[in-house]
Design a protein around this ligand. Structure first.
Ligand code: GRF
Length: 200
């Protein structure tokens, strides 16, 4: 399958996907990286891997609408089998979310529906939960609200702070996201309303 990745920052999840494609675990090709941040480290990773990069610098657009319109067009043009939001830090506009429903997945560093949005790991620490983790889900119009594909859980210890928990979750993200992509690429994911069935 043809995959395009959207990322705003460091791109360690993007790298995890690249690595698992390279070692044959995921049978796919990354056709493009789209980023809203010209300084994103993800760009360096893409360059190194010889992957095309489309930079849509959010700050260079007159308005959010103009940015959204450009992003939509870019996504239509690339037209992959799947978009992966790997640390893409913006909410997609409703039109784009609808257009690519079922063809766009996100990774979030919490066990949804708890702790949506920014600083999910800090929210978990502050709440005092005993388990945390990450969720891979389809993207809909909401913030971290689409149908859940899989969730990986990690323990939270009394001694944890935001940093240590973030590290533990991130390690799990790098396993969970490739797992979900492998399932998608093998056509083993079926959406039925809010529920996702994993075929064996
Ligand atoms: C990850 O924690 C991801 O779950 C969240 O943003 C972070 C991105 O990290 N959506 P990276 O850019 O993949 O290293």
């Amino acid at each position: 399958k043809r995959i395009a990745v959207l990322a705003s920052g460091r791109g360690s999840n993007f790298q995890a996907i690249l690595d698992r494609i390279n070692d044959g675990y995921i049978k796919a090709e990354i056709v493009c990286l789209i980023t809203d941040k010209p300084g994103a480290y993800s760009i360096k990773r893409a360059d190194k891997a010889g992957i095309a990069v489309r930079i849509l610098d959010f700050d260079s657009f007159q308005s959010r609408d103009e940015y959204n319109e450009n992003l939509h067009e870019t996504m239509m043009e690339i037209n992959p089998d799947l978009f992966v939001l790997a640390g893409y830090m913006r909410l997609l506009d409703p039109k784009t979310a609808k257009e690519f429903a079922g063809k766009m997945i996100n990774i979030h560093p919490a066990i949804l529906p708890a702790f949506t949005g920014l600083h999910a790991q800090k929210q978990a620490i502050d709440y005092g939960v005993k388990v945390a983790g990450c969720t891979v889900h389809f993207v809909d119009e909401g913030m971290d609200t689409g149908p859940i594909i899989l969730q990986h859980v990690v323990p939270v210890f009394f001694e944890d702070d935001e940093e240590s928990l973030t590290k533990r979750i991130l390690k799990e993200e790098h396993i969970a996201l490739p797992n979900a992509l492998r399932l998608f690429c093998e056509d083993k994911i079926k959406i039925s309303g809010r529920k996702v069935k994993i075929l064996d």
